[in-house]
Ligand binder design. Structure first.
Ligand code: SAM
Ligand code: SF4
Length: 359
């Protein structure tokens, strides 16, 4: 079956626009070659980071891009506006650490003004974030993903190679106080923080937070050997461990595009989540694109980049040309992360750092 093509108020104004049931103009929708809609973009605003997480990059860090090779805020704004014209309604800022990039807050403000963008959010390590929480509340940020792999200060310092847990906790409490939903992301690493799963999960007992456990992926910039084909702590084992210790995990129905399977536990205010990032159980409803810090477009986390948007923008492409290139890339996606991985010319995933991809 050929999926329906997109409609867009900008470059495709000559095509018929869809209308809703009541005749009102519906939002544009671009479907990929597997019938999945485009709704969400993850924007890595920098590859730089103030932590050195073991699972993300080596101790000495990665070779950062020269500043002129990063997309400028203006370039990112233009891309987000064009993507909004294709149906994107949610933007997540990530990195590297987003708050390491100067003037992030004014950039966020501008993104919230782009017609069609309904949700702006970010993923942060929390070290520099607390002073910006009030601004985020003012601009209507509803939820923030906070990366936190342990509540133990020594283990935090050993995993991230920086002694910054107190500042991360300041951010945690500032977000709660501001009424911004906190979604904790914890990468589960065999032999490193499996003793931290229960203390982290216990946060959901008294607090209305989501604590999500992520399978470790191989994108560690050469920090250590590639993830074994059989991951010691995969989503099955994480669930079993939680259930054995906390009682029944009741699944919350997933929505299309969700990467986390969420669960409630009787008596807990918050929810638990498991993200099968390595087992890739969620590709069937994947609704997102990724822009790397240097302007590479990824239509799957596991592909190696399918379009050099920086070259296109800096080569003087018109809006219509950029939209056409974005649409063509999205209409030619791999069915899932395994197919995308198999199509990589450079197969070794651990050469890449999640800091350039944005998670
Ligand atoms: N610096 C920010 C942070 O840590 O939240 C944003 C960027 S970070 C690359 C985005 C997410 O990717 C974080 O939640 C992090 O835990 C996750 N991540 C990084 N490397 C990973 C890996 N090898 N496997 C699974 N998740 C990873
Ligand atoms: Fe930095 Fe986030 Fe990577 Fe940790 S996971 S090194 S905080 S980019």
């Amino acid at each position: 079956m050929t999926p329906p093509l997109l409609t867009s108020p900008t470059a495709f104004a000559s095509l018929p626009q869809p209308t809703g049931a009541a005749g009102a103009a519906a939002r544009p929708v671009l479907y990929d070659n597997h019938g999945r809609p485009l709704e969400y973009v993850r924007l890595a605003v920098t590859d730089r980071c103030n932590l050195r997480c073991f699972y993300c990059m080596p101790e000495q860090g990665i070779k950062y891009l020269p500043k002129q090779e990063l997309l400028t805020y203006e370039e990112m704004e233009r891309l987000v506006a064009l993507l909004a014209g294709l149906g994107v309604r949610k933007v997540r800022l990530t990195g590297g650490e987003p708050f390491v990039r100067r003037d992030l807050v004014p950039f966020m403000d501008r993104l919230t003004q782009i017609p069609g963008i309904e949700e702006l959010t970010l993923t942060t390590n929390g070290v520099l974030t607390a002073p910006h929480v009030a601004d985020m509340a003012r601009m209507g940020v509803k939820a923030v993903n906070l990366s936190l792999d342990t509540l133990d200060r020594a283990r935090f310092a050993s995993i991230t190679r920086r002694d910054e847990l107190p500042r991360v906790m300041d951010t945690f409490y500032a977000l709660l106080a501001a009424g911004i939903r906190v979604k904790i992301n914890a990468v589960v690493m065999d032999g490193q923080n499996t003793q931290d799963l229960l203390p982290l999960a216990e946060l959901t007992r008294e607090l209305p937070v989501d604590v999500r456990f992520i399978e470790e992926m191989p994108f560690n910039g050469g920090s250590h050997e590639a993830t074994p084909a059989t991951l010691p702590w995969n989503y099955h084992r994480i669930r079993e461990h939680l259930e054995l210790n906390l009682g029944t995990l009741t699944p919350v129905p997933t929505r299309p595009g969700d990467t986390a399977s969420h669960y409630t536990v009787a008596g807990h205010q918050g929810r638990l989540g498991i993200i099968a990032a390595y087992s890739r159980t969620f590709c069937g409803t994947c609704n997102r694109l990724r822009l790397t810090a240097e302007g590479g477009l990824k239509t799957c986390l596991y592909d190696q980049g399918v379009l050099d948007l920086r070259a296109l923008l800096r080569g003087g492409a018109s809006d219509a040309e950029v939209v056409a290139a974005l649409s063509a890339a999205f209409r030619n996606r791999a069915a899932n992360g395994f197919e995308a991985e198999s199509q990589r010319p450079l197969h070794q995933l651990s050469f890449e750092s999640m800091s350039t991809i944005g998670g």
